[in-house]
Design a protein around this ligand. Structure first.
Ligand code: UDP
Length: 387
């Protein structure tokens, strides 16, 4: 929004972030071992929208990746998301799409309109694969039963009967060639003197001291309204990084060598992400070097531990479920009123006449990066029309 407003309309923008860096959760950095890692968990950019791709391509070149992941359960790796290779691993021999489809047809539970995450999976693959790959992971990740989560949560994961083993289905899949932080730095540079960035700053602390016409709020919507309708639930995460030198990797080589899932040189695991739906306390291990293609002899993996949200924790995920959506709708009604009339929640003399609520937290939606970019571009168009 700041890039559009300042470069297209010549408006002066102030970007305020509590953190000590730009880029929000898409921020990436080189760790002390020289490995580029995604600080707040893996960000796999993908989109079907030429508009979004073209917009971001002004600020970065791309490193194309077919994102591929594995699942690890019952003591072995599995191709994931479920596809013909996974089916062959399950039955222990070569198979065909026709055979897999016939097998699934027998296992599927007939549910016409799945309304929750359990139904959406059992209606596609039946109980066995649901229990193997989805139930445990989802319980860990959300601390909720899949039955108590919208169908859209597990419904994000494709299920295929061919050999397409990509994690995602969008036609453009790539990470910024020099990382996300560089992308944002280029965006900021494009704004020239029209943009000021203030880090380590809470917007609330500076509100009484700045005059502005429009506010773009990207934080949690319940926090904006002082939790007056109650607290929205979020899920948090804890990231645990571990780095390996070439010597450390070499000493592990014998136990890691596997013909079916070979580990490339200078890497720890066979894929950029391995999911753990079993008893392990973490949900996945990400080795982002597979995706960035960085040529570096060290490597870093990050284990992701799901965590309850609370004081001092980051609200990474809104929880898509009927109860939380009902509460969000009440906040949204407040936001709709405030966006137009503004001011009730801002200092009287700040000059603000309108507010935009943008992003995962401000709209309480489990959005991917491209969807958030689309939301911002749409909001900018709306802003232009209103002027
Ligand atoms: N999921 C699962 N098993 C897996 C991967 C995903 O049950 O191996 C479910 C889980 O509920 C997860 C959701 O599908 O939260 C969405 O997965 P995705 O990988 O898109 O999650 P994200 O990368 O957004 O955390």
């Amino acid at each position: 929004m700041a890039e559009r407003l300042s470069t297209q309309l010549g408006m002066r923008c102030l970007v305020v972030d509590k953190r000590n860096h730009i880029g929000g959760n898409a921020f990436d950095h080189y760790d002390s071992h020289g490995v580029l890692i995604h600080t707040y968990g893996p960000h796999y950019f993908r989109t079907n929208s030429p508009r979004i791709r073209e917009y971001l391509s002004q600020f970065t070149k791309w490193h194309a990746v077919d994102y591929k992941i594995l699942s690890h359960t019952d003591g072995r790796y599995w191709n994931f998301p479920i596809n013909l290779n996974t089916f062959e691993q399950l039955i222990g021999r070569v198979s065909t799409t026709a055979e897999m489809e016939a097998w699934l047809a027998e296992k599927r539970v007939a549910i016409e309109n799945p309304t929750n995450s359990e139904e959406v999976i059992i209606s596609q693959v039946g109980w066995e694969l649901y229990e193997k790959f989805f139930k445990g992971y989802t319980l860990k990740q959300w601390r909720r039963h899949p039955r108590d989560l919208d169908a859209s949560v597990c419904g994000r994961i494709p299920i295929r009967t061919n050999r397409d083993d990509r994690y995602l289905s969008d036609n453009f899949q790539a990470v910024p060639k020099h990382g996300y932080t560089k992308l944002f730095e280029n965006m900021i540079r494009a704004c020239g003197d029209n943009l000021e960035v203030r880090l380590n700053t809470s917007y609330r602390d500076i509100l009484p001291h700045v005059k502005f016409q429009h506010l773009v709020f990207t934080g949690p919507i319940d926090e904006f309204f002082d939790f007056q309708l109650g607290r929205l639930p979020y899920r948090s995460l804890r990231f645990e990084a571990e780095s390996f030198t070439p010597e450390a990797l070499a000493s592990m080589a014998p136990q890691r060598a596997q013909a079916t899932f070979p580990v490339p040189p200078q890497h720890y695991q066979p894929a950029m992400q391995v999911n753990y739906p079993g008893k392990e306390p973490f949900t996945r291990i990400v080795e982002i070097k597979h995706a960035t293609g960085q040529n570096c002899s060290n490597t870093t993996i990050v284990r992701e531990y799901p965590d309850d949200f609370g004081p001092g924790k980051e609200p990474y995920y809104p929880i898509p479920a009927p109860d939380s959506s009902a509460l969000y709708q009440k906040y949204k009604a407040l936001a709709d009123e405030v966006s137009l009339k503004s001011a009730k929640y801002l200092p009287k003399n700040c000059g603000c006449t309108s507010i935009s609520f943008i992003g995962r937290l401000a709209t309480y939606r489990y959005y991917n990066m491209d969807q958030v970019v689309a939301m911002a571009l749409k909001e900018f168009d709306k802003f232009c029309l209103s002027k």
